[in-house]
Design a protein around this ligand. Structure first.
Ligand code: NAD
Length: 485
């Protein structure tokens, strides 16, 4: 079995505590993973401090960018290994591991280098009361050691979105991937270890959250900032840890995202889009639609077509080249999804399709598969309407008018994303700004320039992320003033 170790300041380290990561596709063991120890965390932070305060942090951004670009090019040459690793850890299809995660992640380093080189400071002259004249200029310094904590749903992309801005701004980055997806970040670490990025500027620490690596890292006083993607409950625990020492946090958290399907929508596009937005990656994307509100005049048509399309989704064929889904990340996660679906049935919901574990009659029965599930009939107060499912489950409900659907879509503790399906552009642009969410898609879903910012509302996020926003988070504005007369 493959052995996955920690990388601390250039040295690969095993530990006495290990766990076996198994595949959600068929339950077979994928790798033995070594859990980081407190000593490794101390060493990674200490090495990170020296790198960020030393030559790496002081280097001109163009020079650092050249080193990172070179690393990104080497990473791109290992894209097949990255795809294989993510397929093994998550059970997802080849297409998805390739196009949604692997290739996009490898190009991100280039993107962030371009953005960082384009960052400009401000400058202005001024005159003091005594008649002297001065000039001030701003300069962005690295923050120091940044803990990068990623979830399992899009493992390499999520981690790269944290590492690229942290490194290009001259910080030391400490990567803590999810315990469910240790493999692709370890390949990235191998590439970084062979690049010109100094040893201390990057460490990789494996482990769990509570009472393990995640908690020890985020509560470490030497960590200067934390960038986290995951569940709001974890975000809250990390924020408490970060309060000691007043360390800054940036968080992308969950969603309970609504789709608003108006009577004037292009129904073909709305069905195709909602099918993808509800079931892509088996519903394990933070922007997945979990609540569809459909104008009453089109409800029957929408529901019938969505149910037919959901029943036709290919499950568990990783090399299928159309739209297909793989398993949930684990049988533990599947149990959570099933518990929520059962709560919906108990609260008066009708399962229109799905709600079952598919039977294959082969090794996949040892995996974590779950059928695409469509539910109707719940009140907006039902648990399934308020808690994130993070699985292939969508509820469809009718609405009668625009004001009503805006208010029902906004009735959530979450505020991550929403989709509007309507051919009336005036309506779309009238409704979009009234939705209390970080990102609204109009007649599309998840087409996304990774340089565009995201700022989740409510329990969906803290701060602004991506593109220049991430570069700002990963650096500290400094003002330098000089007296010139
Ligand atoms: P999670 O919160 O369970 O874990 C995320 C990471 O945090 C893992 O690496 C985990 O080990 C670590 N962790 C857990 N407890 C910790 C603690 N106390 N201290 C420090 N680290 C800790 O999330 P998950 O189950 O891996 O991912 C699914 C969640 O992520 C969903 O809620 C989803 O919506 C969210 N998500 C959000 C976005 C976004 O952009 N908003 C993107 C992807 C996923």
């Amino acid at each position: 079995m493959k052995e996955i170790r920690n990388l601390v300041a250039g040295t690969w380290l095993g530990s006495e505590r290990t766990w076996v990561k198994s595949s959600p596709f068929d339950g077979r063991p994928v790798a033995r993973v070594n859990e980081a120890t407190r000593e490794m965390i101390d060493a990674a932070v200490a090495a990170g401090k020296s790198a960020a305060l030393g030559e790496w942090g002081a280097m001109a951004v163009r020079q650092r960018a050249a080193i990172i670009r070179d690393m990104g090019a080497k990473l791109a040459r290992r894209v097949d290994d990255l795809i294989e690793a993510d397929m093994a850890d998550t059970g997802r299809s080849y297409w998805q591991a390739c196009n949604f995660d692997g290739k996009r992640a490898t190009t991100l380093f280039e993107t962030y280098c371009d953005l960082a080189i384009g960052l400009e400071g401000r400058t202005n002259g001024f005159q003091g009361e005594g008649g002297f004249r001065g000039l001030w200029m701003t300069n962005r310094r690295p923050k120091g050691v940044i803990a990068c904590i990623a979830p399992w749903n899009v493992p390499l992309l999520m981690m790269s979105l944290k590492l690229a801005p942290a490194l290009v701004m001259g910080n030391a980055a400490i990567a803590k991937p999810s315990e469910e997806t240790p493999s692709s970040t370890t390949i990235l670490a191998e590439v970084i270890a062979q690049s010109d990025i100094p040893d201390g500027a990057f460490s990789l620490l494996h482990g769990f959250g509570r009472n393990s690596t995640g908690e020890m890292l985020t509560s470490h006083p030497g960590v200067d900032a934390i960038t986290f993607t995951g569940e709001p409950g974890t975000g809250s625990a990390i924020m408490k840890a970060a309060a000691t020492g007043l360390r800054e946090v940036a968080m992308e958290l969950g969603g309970k995202n609504a789709a608003l399907v108006f009577s004037d929508c292009d129904m073909d596009a709305a069905i195709e889009g909602t099918l993808r937005s509800a079931f892509f990656n088996c519903g394990q994307i933070c922007f997945c639609t979990e609540r569809a509100y459909v104008h009453r005049s089109r409800l029957d048509e929408f529901l019938e077509r969505l149910v037919t399309a959901a029943r036709a989704i290919v499950i568990g064929q990783p090399h299928h080249d159309g739209f297909s889904i793989g398993p949930l990340i684990s049988t533990v996660h599947r149990a959570k999804v099933m518990e929520l679906v059962n709560s919906a049935a108990a609260e008066g919901g009708k399962i229109e399709t799905g709600g079952r574990i598919p039977e294959f009659g082969d090794a996949r029965d040892g995996g974590a598969f779950y059928e695409p599930t469509i539910i109707t009939g719940l009140s907006d107060r039902a648990r399934l309407m308020r808690e994130e499912t993070f699985g292939p489950v969508i509820h469809v409900a009718p609405f009668d008018d625009e004001e009503e659907v805006i208010s029902r879509a906004n009735d959530s503790d979450y505020g991550l994303g929403a989709v509007i399906w309507s051919q009336d552009i005036n309506r779309c642009l009238r409704v979009a700004p009234r939705l209390r969410v970080g990102h609204v898609w109009i007649n599309s879903w998840q087409i996304r320039d990774l340089g565009s910012p995201l700022s989740g509302v409510g329990i969906s996020g803290v701060g602004e992320q991506f593109g220049v926003s991430s570069l700002n988070f990963c650096s500290q504005q400094q003002t330098i003033t000089v007296r010139i007369t």
